[in-house]
Design a protein around this ligand. Structure first.
Ligand SMILES: Cc1cc2nc3c(=O)[nH]c(=O)nc-3n(C[C@H](O)[C@H](O)[C@H](O)COP(=O)(O)O)c2cc1C
Length: 373
């Protein structure tokens, strides 16, 4: 049997294999952020398809952190019963599930404008060529409110029987904005040196631990380099990853921070049509893995089974994390397990993303075209 299918533990939680469904917004929550029947079907299909751990899409921990209309909320206790139905559907199918705790920061500006609210961020960046929406810097009180909001959300996650929480610390959202020297220009104890720019992460981690206990899995997806010059450099992102591991995060998923040009400067690279285009964060992941004692997840353009096997065999990562391939083929993990190790048929066209942005529910456009032809 392939090493990819050996059961493996993160702390005391055993996963049936090394495959993680990387967090994927599905546009299927209702307008109040509650879990829908459609979501239960998506998660049940993924769990039936053999994946070991499913990370939900972005779930906002506070109303000010929402950036899309059909996003799940974990900001209030009335979300717990719906979330529990989701975890039950996954557990009944022997998979594990983590919820991704999220705050958009300034990336919520367009969505909040529609509600006559202003988005918040560590600081306001003037003459920013990458971001032109309106937003304002957070006050000290707001920073502490958001820290507590993450902790409270983690407590709800535990009550709803998620096996883990994963902090979204990548892709230009609030935690990325604190970490990047480009978006964090504060001159108080939340900005400046790397340690100060990571203080928000550290306080959130401590608040979560105080509310969920030492045994619970607290994971993080961390953006270790920004997608443009002048942003977070890998030398700092690498150190940040090491600090997070030292503080006690139970696993790191290695991705990108602030976004550069669509799509090549973002986490969603396209044209993954040859082996050398695959695993586009492999170099970062491999280096970080060699420096930390906690399990590491590799994400970003992994499509070929043999390559994934090589990554694990060479000790470059502990888990293989996939998003787009599982949108097109939710059952691919079981197909691989049965010996049909075909390359994922996802062509990384990102049409799934574009449809989501128009308000459609998550689906593979290519699959639909094929079915209709
Ligand atoms: C439709 C779609 C939705 C996504 N939603 C999220 C999300 O909610 N949270 C997150 O951290 N990443 C999100 N991502 C990024 C993926 O988790 C992953 O990091 C990225 O797509 C690269 O992996 P892949 O090549 O396997 O797709 C999303 C990606 C896609 C395509």
């Amino acid at each position: 049997m392939s090493i990819l299918f050996e059961p493996i533990k993160i702390k005391d939680v055993e996963l049936r294999n090394r495959f993680v469904r990387s967090a994927t917004y599905d546009g299927c929550a209702d307008r109040t952020g509650q879990v829908s029947e459609g979501q239960i079907s998506i998660f049940a299909e993924l769990a039936d398809g053999g994946v070991g751990l499913i990370v939900t899409g972005i779930a906002y921990v506070h109303q000010s952190g929402q950036n899309l209309p059909f996003q799940n909320s974990i900001a209030s206790d009335d979300c717990i019963p719906g979330l529990k139905r989701l975890t039950t559907a996954v557990h009944d199918r022997r998979a594990k599930i983590a919820v991704q705790l999220f705050h958009a920061g300034r990336e919520g500006a367009r969505f909040l404008k529609g509600k006559n609210e202003q988005a918040i961020a560590p600081s306001f960046v003037s003459n920013d060529p990458y971001f032109t929406e309106q937003y304002r810097p957070m006050t000290e009180d707001e920073i502490w409110d958001m820290i507590r909001a993450f902790g409270d959300a983690a407590k709800r996650a535990r009550d709803a029987q998620f096996d883990a929480v994963q902090l979204h610390g990548a892709h230009a959202f609030l935690l990325s904005q604190f970490l990047s020297p480009f978006t964090n220009q504060r001159d108080d104890h939340w900005g400046g040196t790397l340690e100060k720019r990571l203080r928000f992460h550290r306080k959130i981690y401590r608040d979560i631990r105080s509310k969920v206990g030492e045994d619970y899995l607290v994971l993080i997806k961390i953006g270790v380099q920004d997608g443009f010059p002048g942003g977070l450099a890998f030398s700092e992102g690498n150190l940040a990853a090491q600090l997070l591991a030292q503080w006690g995060f139970d696993s790191l998923e290695i991705s990108q921070g602030l976004r550069g040009k669509p799509y090549e400067g973002t986490e969603f690279r396209t044209k993954i049509n040859s082996l050398d285009r695959e695993g586009y964060f492999r170099h970062w992941c491999k280096q970080i893995k060699s420096q930390v004692d906690v399990p590491v997840m590799m994400v970003g353009g992994l499509r070929t089974f043999e390559l994934m096997e090589e990554v694990i065999q060479k000790g470059e990562a502990d888990y293989i994390s996939l998003s787009r391939p599982l949108i097109r083929e939710p059952g691919i993990i079981n197909e691989w397990k049965r010996g049909d190790c075909h390359r994922a048929t996802c062509i990384s066209c990102n049409k799934c993303l574009e449809a989501l942005r128009k308000g459609e529910a998550l689906h593979c456009i290519q699959q639909k075209i094929q079915e209709n032809s």
